[in-house]
Every structure is written in C-alpha cells, then in structure tokens.
Write a protein of this length. Structure first.
Length: 89
C-alpha cells in the first residue's frame, strides 16, 4: 500500500552534516539540488509527487529547504537512495 513520504531538500544537501538533516552519503550527491531537480527525478522514476510550498524543514528552516510529498510503498531510506541515483544521472 502506497503512502505519502515527505522528502526535504536538506536530506539531499551535500554541504550539510548529518546532524543537520543530510541522510545520503556525500559521495552519492554530486552537488546541491533544487526542488525542480527532485521533481524531475521523481518523474523519471514514475513517482507521484507534489511540492509542499508553505512548509520548511524544521531543523534548518533558515536555509529555506522545502519539501516534496512523494507517494511510495517502500521505506524512506530506499526512496532517498533511488532519488540520489536518479539525480546523479
């Protein structure tokens, strides 16, 4: 059963340490990504997603990192790895 998972840009920011929200190893992230990059990666993977315009990642709200709600039926960590791979291609 698919569920909505929120992916924050902080999860995919190679300039942030893990304590501030990065969830993917730096070697899998080529550079900083934008909301548009993540949307394109979701479309490439055939995932249904929408931008959360009025919400910011609580831990690093001052960076303005928005989130994307993705419909996915697996674990969040698996989704993040797939997105990182799609972003690097």
């Amino acid at each position: 059963m698919a569920r909505k998972i929120v992916i924050w840009l902080s999860y995919l920011d190679p300039t942030l340490p893990r304590r501030l929200g990065r969830r993917i190893p730096k070697n899998l992230l080529l550079n900083r990504v934008t909301i548009e990059d993540v949307l394109k990666a979701c479309q490439k993977l055939g995932l249904e997603c929408e931008v959360l315009e009025d919400k910011l990642y609580p831990r690093t709200w001052y960076l303005g990192h928005k989130g994307i709600s993705v419909t996915y039926d697996g674990p969040k960590s698996e989704l993040l790895k797939k997105l990182a791979k799609a972003l690097s291609n």
